[in-house]
Design a protein around this ligand. Sequence first.
Ligand code: HEC
Ligand code: HEC
Length: 201
Amino acid sequence: MAKNVKLLCCAVLLLALLWCRAAWASEPVPAIVEKVCSTCHGMDGNSVIPTIPKLAGRHPDYLFKELSDFVSGKRTSEVMGAIAPTIELGELRKISAYFGAQKSTSEAITDPIAAALGEQIFLNGDEARGLPACGGCHEDDGSGGKRFPRLAGQHRAYLIEQLHKFRTGVHLYPGARFMREVAKRMTEEEIRAVAEYVSAK
Ligand code: HEC
Ligand code: HEC
Protein backbone atom coordinates (compact mmCIF):
# COMPACT_ATOMS: atom_id res chain seq x y z
CA MET A 1 0.00 0.00 0.00
CA ALA A 2 2.72 2.45 1.10
CA LYS A 3 4.58 1.57 -2.10
CA ASN A 4 1.50 2.39 -4.19
CA VAL A 5 1.13 5.75 -2.48
CA LYS A 6 4.78 6.53 -3.18
CA LEU A 7 4.34 5.60 -6.83
CA LEU A 8 1.27 7.76 -7.08
CA CYS A 9 3.13 10.69 -5.53
CA CYS A 10 5.95 10.23 -8.03
CA ALA A 11 3.49 10.16 -10.93
CA VAL A 12 1.75 13.31 -9.74
CA LEU A 13 5.08 15.11 -9.30
CA LEU A 14 6.20 14.08 -12.76
CA LEU A 15 2.96 15.30 -14.32
CA ALA A 16 3.28 18.61 -12.46
CA LEU A 17 6.85 19.02 -13.74
CA LEU A 18 5.80 18.24 -17.31
CA TRP A 19 2.96 20.71 -17.05
CA CYS A 20 5.32 23.43 -15.78
CA ARG A 21 7.67 22.80 -18.72
CA ALA A 22 4.82 23.01 -21.20
CA ALA A 23 3.53 26.22 -19.61
CA TRP A 24 7.05 27.68 -19.73
CA ALA A 25 7.59 26.73 -23.37
CA SER A 26 4.45 28.54 -24.46
CA GLU A 27 5.46 31.68 -22.58
CA PRO A 28 3.13 34.54 -23.52
CA VAL A 29 4.45 37.24 -25.84
CA PRO A 30 5.81 40.14 -23.72
CA ALA A 31 3.53 43.18 -24.13
CA ILE A 32 6.38 45.40 -25.40
CA VAL A 33 7.16 42.92 -28.17
CA GLU A 34 3.61 43.21 -29.40
CA LYS A 35 3.42 47.00 -28.99
CA VAL A 36 6.90 48.07 -30.11
CA CYS A 37 9.39 45.49 -31.42
CA SER A 38 7.04 43.48 -33.66
CA THR A 39 6.47 46.47 -35.99
CA CYS A 40 10.00 46.05 -37.28
CA HIS A 41 11.34 42.69 -36.08
CA GLY A 42 8.11 40.69 -36.50
CA MET A 43 6.06 39.07 -33.76
CA ASP A 44 8.27 35.95 -33.72
CA GLY A 45 11.52 37.85 -34.35
CA ASN A 46 11.67 36.92 -38.05
CA SER A 47 11.69 40.40 -39.57
CA VAL A 48 10.56 40.52 -43.18
CA ILE A 49 12.40 43.80 -43.84
CA PRO A 50 15.88 43.03 -45.29
CA THR A 51 17.65 45.87 -43.45
CA ILE A 52 16.15 44.93 -40.08
CA PRO A 53 17.78 41.97 -38.31
CA LYS A 54 16.02 38.75 -37.41
CA LEU A 55 16.20 38.18 -33.65
CA ALA A 56 14.58 34.72 -33.62
CA GLY A 57 16.90 31.97 -32.40
CA ARG A 58 19.74 34.38 -31.51
CA HIS A 59 21.15 33.59 -28.06
CA PRO A 60 19.34 35.59 -25.33
CA ASP A 61 22.71 36.67 -23.85
CA TYR A 62 23.79 38.10 -27.22
CA LEU A 63 20.50 39.95 -27.71
CA PHE A 64 20.64 41.35 -24.18
CA LYS A 65 24.26 42.46 -24.61
CA GLU A 66 23.42 44.34 -27.81
CA LEU A 67 20.37 45.94 -26.15
CA SER A 68 22.53 47.03 -23.19
CA ASP A 69 25.01 48.55 -25.65
CA PHE A 70 22.15 50.47 -27.33
CA VAL A 71 21.03 51.70 -23.88
CA SER A 72 24.52 52.88 -22.88
CA GLY A 73 25.13 54.34 -26.34
CA LYS A 74 28.20 52.14 -26.92
CA ARG A 75 26.57 50.70 -30.03
CA THR A 76 25.08 53.55 -32.00
CA SER A 77 21.85 53.25 -33.97
CA GLU A 78 19.39 56.06 -34.55
CA VAL A 79 16.42 53.73 -34.17
CA MET A 80 17.53 51.34 -31.40
CA GLY A 81 19.34 54.11 -29.54
CA ALA A 82 16.01 55.88 -29.18
CA ILE A 83 13.94 52.80 -28.27
CA ALA A 84 16.15 50.70 -25.96
CA PRO A 85 16.71 53.31 -23.20
CA THR A 86 12.94 53.70 -22.73
CA ILE A 87 12.62 50.08 -21.53
CA GLU A 88 13.69 48.67 -18.14
CA LEU A 89 16.67 46.29 -18.18
CA GLY A 90 14.61 43.51 -16.55
CA GLU A 91 12.06 43.82 -19.34
CA LEU A 92 14.79 43.76 -21.99
CA ARG A 93 16.06 40.52 -20.48
CA LYS A 94 12.61 38.94 -20.74
CA ILE A 95 12.22 40.14 -24.32
CA SER A 96 15.66 38.66 -25.18
CA ALA A 97 14.59 35.31 -23.71
CA TYR A 98 11.38 35.42 -25.72
CA PHE A 99 13.05 36.16 -29.08
CA GLY A 100 15.85 33.68 -28.36
CA ALA A 101 13.28 30.90 -27.93
CA GLN A 102 11.69 31.47 -31.38
CA LYS A 103 12.76 29.57 -34.50
CA SER A 104 14.74 31.45 -37.15
CA THR A 105 13.68 31.32 -40.79
CA SER A 106 16.16 31.09 -43.71
CA GLU A 107 16.45 33.05 -46.95
CA ALA A 108 16.69 31.51 -50.43
CA ILE A 109 19.94 31.51 -52.43
CA THR A 110 19.74 34.02 -55.29
CA ASP A 111 23.31 33.65 -56.61
CA PRO A 112 24.78 30.11 -56.40
CA ILE A 113 28.24 31.18 -57.61
CA ALA A 114 28.53 33.78 -54.86
CA ALA A 115 27.18 31.28 -52.33
CA ALA A 116 29.93 28.78 -53.26
CA LEU A 117 32.64 31.42 -52.71
CA GLY A 118 30.90 32.38 -49.47
CA GLU A 119 30.97 28.80 -48.22
CA GLN A 120 34.68 28.54 -48.94
CA ILE A 121 35.43 31.71 -46.90
CA PHE A 122 33.01 30.87 -44.13
CA LEU A 123 34.51 27.45 -43.51
CA ASN A 124 38.19 28.07 -44.34
CA GLY A 125 38.94 31.79 -44.39
CA ASP A 126 42.16 32.73 -46.24
CA GLU A 127 45.24 32.09 -44.17
CA ALA A 128 47.57 33.93 -46.55
CA ARG A 129 45.74 37.20 -45.85
CA GLY A 130 45.07 36.49 -42.19
CA LEU A 131 41.33 36.17 -42.82
CA PRO A 132 39.97 33.72 -40.23
CA ALA A 133 37.22 31.17 -40.93
CA CYS A 134 33.92 32.67 -39.78
CA GLY A 135 32.83 29.23 -38.58
CA GLY A 136 35.67 29.21 -36.04
CA CYS A 137 33.68 31.65 -33.93
CA HIS A 138 30.15 31.61 -35.36
CA GLU A 139 30.12 27.75 -35.70
CA ASP A 140 30.39 25.98 -39.06
CA ASP A 141 26.62 25.95 -39.50
CA GLY A 142 26.38 29.65 -38.53
CA SER A 143 24.25 28.81 -35.48
CA GLY A 144 26.43 30.92 -33.16
CA GLY A 145 26.18 31.10 -29.39
CA LYS A 146 26.32 33.48 -26.44
CA ARG A 147 29.22 35.65 -27.59
CA PHE A 148 29.33 34.94 -31.30
CA PRO A 149 25.93 35.70 -32.77
CA ARG A 150 23.94 33.37 -34.98
CA LEU A 151 24.39 34.44 -38.62
CA ALA A 152 22.42 31.55 -40.18
CA GLY A 153 19.23 32.75 -41.84
CA GLN A 154 19.99 36.44 -41.26
CA HIS A 155 19.00 38.91 -44.01
CA ARG A 156 21.74 39.51 -46.63
CA ALA A 157 21.26 43.29 -46.63
CA TYR A 158 21.61 43.49 -42.85
CA LEU A 159 24.74 41.28 -42.82
CA ILE A 160 26.36 43.39 -45.55
CA GLU A 161 25.50 46.62 -43.74
CA GLN A 162 26.96 45.35 -40.45
CA LEU A 163 30.18 44.18 -42.12
CA HIS A 164 30.51 47.67 -43.63
CA LYS A 165 29.94 49.22 -40.20
CA PHE A 166 32.69 47.07 -38.69
CA ARG A 167 35.06 47.76 -41.60
CA THR A 168 34.62 51.53 -41.60
CA GLY A 169 34.77 51.76 -37.81
CA VAL A 170 31.15 52.85 -37.23
CA HIS A 171 30.96 50.06 -34.65
CA LEU A 172 33.56 51.10 -32.09
CA TYR A 173 32.12 49.38 -28.99
CA PRO A 174 34.42 46.87 -27.23
CA GLY A 175 32.56 43.75 -28.49
CA ALA A 176 33.24 44.80 -32.09
CA ARG A 177 37.03 44.55 -31.90
CA PHE A 178 37.32 41.08 -33.50
CA MET A 179 34.93 41.92 -36.28
CA ARG A 180 36.71 45.18 -37.13
CA GLU A 181 39.89 43.17 -37.81
CA VAL A 182 37.97 40.50 -39.75
CA ALA A 183 35.95 42.92 -41.90
CA LYS A 184 39.02 45.02 -42.81
CA ARG A 185 40.51 41.95 -44.46
CA MET A 186 37.45 41.26 -46.62
CA THR A 187 36.88 42.47 -50.17
CA GLU A 188 33.47 43.77 -51.22
CA GLU A 189 32.95 40.60 -53.29
CA GLU A 190 33.71 38.41 -50.27
CA ILE A 191 31.33 40.34 -48.02
CA ARG A 192 28.50 39.79 -50.52
CA ALA A 193 29.45 36.13 -51.02
CA VAL A 194 29.47 35.29 -47.31
CA ALA A 195 26.14 37.08 -46.82
CA GLU A 196 24.63 35.11 -49.72
CA TYR A 197 25.85 31.82 -48.26
CA VAL A 198 24.99 32.19 -44.60
CA SER A 199 21.59 33.84 -45.07
CA ALA A 200 20.44 30.61 -46.72
CA LYS A 201 21.66 28.37 -43.86
C1 HEC B 1 11.50 51.16 -36.20
C2 HEC B 1 12.05 49.83 -36.33
C3 HEC B 1 12.55 49.08 -35.09
C4 HEC B 1 11.85 48.84 -33.91
C5 HEC B 1 10.46 49.30 -33.53
C6 HEC B 1 12.73 48.02 -33.11
N1 HEC B 1 13.91 47.77 -33.77
FE1 HEC B 1 15.50 46.66 -33.07
N2 HEC B 1 16.59 47.15 -34.75
C7 HEC B 1 16.14 47.95 -35.78
C8 HEC B 1 17.25 48.20 -36.71
C9 HEC B 1 17.19 49.03 -37.99
C10 HEC B 1 18.38 47.51 -36.19
C11 HEC B 1 19.80 47.49 -36.75
C12 HEC B 1 20.64 48.54 -36.03
C13 HEC B 1 22.02 48.73 -36.64
O1 HEC B 1 22.09 49.12 -37.79
O2 HEC B 1 23.02 48.48 -35.99
C14 HEC B 1 17.91 46.85 -34.96
C15 HEC B 1 18.73 46.05 -34.17
C16 HEC B 1 18.30 45.37 -33.04
C17 HEC B 1 19.11 44.43 -32.28
C18 HEC B 1 20.52 43.98 -32.60
C19 HEC B 1 20.46 42.68 -33.39
C20 HEC B 1 21.78 42.11 -33.80
O3 HEC B 1 21.76 41.10 -34.52
O4 HEC B 1 22.84 42.62 -33.42
C21 HEC B 1 18.33 44.00 -31.23
C22 HEC B 1 18.72 43.00 -30.16
C23 HEC B 1 17.04 44.67 -31.34
N3 HEC B 1 17.06 45.50 -32.44
C24 HEC B 1 15.98 44.50 -30.46
C25 HEC B 1 14.79 45.23 -30.50
C26 HEC B 1 13.76 45.16 -29.48
C27 HEC B 1 13.83 44.27 -28.24
C28 HEC B 1 12.76 46.02 -29.85
C29 HEC B 1 11.51 46.36 -29.08
C30 HEC B 1 11.70 46.87 -27.75
C31 HEC B 1 13.17 46.63 -31.11
N4 HEC B 1 14.41 46.13 -31.47
C32 HEC B 1 12.42 47.54 -31.83
C33 HEC B 1 14.86 48.44 -35.94
C34 HEC B 1 13.85 48.42 -34.98
C1 HEC C 1 37.42 35.72 -33.47
C2 HEC C 1 35.99 35.43 -33.52
C3 HEC C 1 35.24 35.86 -34.78
C4 HEC C 1 35.51 35.49 -36.10
C5 HEC C 1 36.64 34.63 -36.62
C6 HEC C 1 34.41 36.07 -36.87
N1 HEC C 1 33.54 36.75 -36.07
FE1 HEC C 1 31.86 37.75 -36.64
N2 HEC C 1 31.50 38.34 -34.73
C7 HEC C 1 32.30 38.04 -33.65
C8 HEC C 1 31.75 38.68 -32.46
C9 HEC C 1 32.33 38.63 -31.06
C10 HEC C 1 30.59 39.37 -32.88
C11 HEC C 1 29.64 40.19 -31.99
C12 HEC C 1 30.05 41.62 -31.95
C13 HEC C 1 29.10 42.40 -31.08
O1 HEC C 1 29.13 42.22 -29.87
O2 HEC C 1 28.29 43.13 -31.62
C14 HEC C 1 30.46 39.14 -34.31
C15 HEC C 1 29.46 39.68 -35.08
C16 HEC C 1 29.33 39.48 -36.45
C17 HEC C 1 28.29 40.06 -37.28
C18 HEC C 1 27.13 40.96 -36.80
C19 HEC C 1 25.92 40.08 -36.54
C20 HEC C 1 24.69 40.82 -36.08
O3 HEC C 1 23.69 40.15 -35.83
O4 HEC C 1 24.71 42.05 -35.97
C21 HEC C 1 28.51 39.64 -38.56
C22 HEC C 1 27.69 39.98 -39.78
C23 HEC C 1 29.70 38.81 -38.54
N3 HEC C 1 30.18 38.73 -37.25
C24 HEC C 1 30.24 38.18 -39.66
C25 HEC C 1 31.42 37.43 -39.67
C26 HEC C 1 32.00 36.86 -40.85
C27 HEC C 1 31.42 36.96 -42.24
C28 HEC C 1 33.17 36.25 -40.47
C29 HEC C 1 34.20 35.53 -41.34
C30 HEC C 1 34.77 36.27 -42.44
C31 HEC C 1 33.28 36.42 -39.02
N4 HEC C 1 32.20 37.13 -38.57
C32 HEC C 1 34.32 35.93 -38.26
C33 HEC C 1 33.43 37.24 -33.66
C34 HEC C 1 34.01 36.67 -34.78
